[in-house]
Design a protein around this ligand. Structure first.
Ligand SMILES: C[S@@+](CC[C@H](N)C(=O)[O-])C[C@H]1O[C@@H](n2cnc3c(N)ncnc32)[C@H](O)[C@@H]1O
Length: 261
């Protein structure tokens, strides 16, 4: 499913920063979810921070990841990207989300003797950041075998499981102290509701700590979803932190920390 941002929303959000360009945006609004539309989001994000000149364009696999419009294309992309993923993202792009998420998680859960389920673990960048902070029991789940093959090489996971988190995972209910996920709730078919079965795998009082790409946060109404969880007593929101995600492209994300009731 595509994120469904509208040009009107983009205009509302960024026009005040762009002065006389507002009319231009309205006239030249690209089709929602097109590659040019996301380029526009990126450019306007840069306006917001006043650093337009500094924002690097997405190229290669990263560009493909933002342009892919079906799960088949995304999965094919990650299969091809796996071997060069770490070097590319942690190099020129300054992909800081794994470290920022691990650090925020650590602030909320400093006990490193816990069992963590990491979904969308990919090549293990977030697992590595957690490991560096002292966490030693981390089980990785990802839908792409090739990504987990790279994660396995880091030697930091207790187990690695190929599975799609849009379907129930075959783990005992209420068995983990925490669920962590970086880069998974993004421009793809993973929705807020997919957090519910993951929540069921976490012990009462345990934490969920995950990023949501800013491009989908409002349109998929994550805040409303969290409010409903609070209202029905399922989970409490401890923190939603708007933070850098991929620094070079000026992409930001919300790092969310929920406590399961
Ligand atoms: C942007 S990468 C993030 C990987 C890693 N967490 C990181 O921060 O580098 C997104 C990961 O989510 C995985 N993924 C996407 N959809 C998934 C799904 N439905 N179930 C499980 N994993 C999924 C992809 O295969 C990919 O490895």
């Amino acid at each position: 499913m595509a994120p469904g941002l509208s040009a009107a929303r983009i205009t509302r959000r960024y026009a005040p920063k762009m002065g006389e360009d507002e009319d231009l945006i309205k006239v030249a609004a690209p089709a929602p979810n097109s590659a040019r539309f996301y380029d526009m989001v990126l450019k306007f994000s840069a306006f917001r921070t006043g650093e337009a000149a500094m924002a690097m364009e997405r190229k290669g696999f990263l560009k493909e990841a933002y342009d892919a419009d079906t799960e088949e294309k995304r999965q094919d992309l990650y299969r091809r990207w796996a071997k060069s993923y770490d070097a590319e993202l942690t190099g020129d792009y300054s992909y800081v989300a794994p470290l920022r998420t691990a650090e925020l998680f650590h602030r909320h859960q400093p006990d490193t003797d816990i069992e963590i389920l990491e979904v969308g673990a990919g090549t293990g960048l977030a697992g590595q950041a957690l490991h560096d902070l002292g966490y030693r029991v981390i089980d990785a789940v990802d839908v792409i075998q090739e990504m987990l093959d790279e994660a396995a090489k880091k030697g930091i996971y207790r187990s690695l499981t190929v599975a799609d988190i849009r379907a129930p995972l075959d783990f005992p209910a209420r068995s983990y102290d925490a669920m962590v996920s970086v880069g998974t709730f993004s421009i793809n078919e993973i929705l807020p509701d997919h957090l519910l079965p993951l929540m069921g795998l976490v012990k009462p009082g345990g934490l969920l700590c995950f990023t949501v790409n800013e491009i989908v946060f409002d349109d998929r109404d994550y805040r409303g979803f969290f409010d409903r969880l609070a209202a029905d007593g399922t989970a409490e929101t401890l923190e939603i932190r708007y933070d850098d995600y991929i620094q070079a492209t000026e992409t930001r994300a919300y790092i969310c920390v929920l406590k399961v009731a």
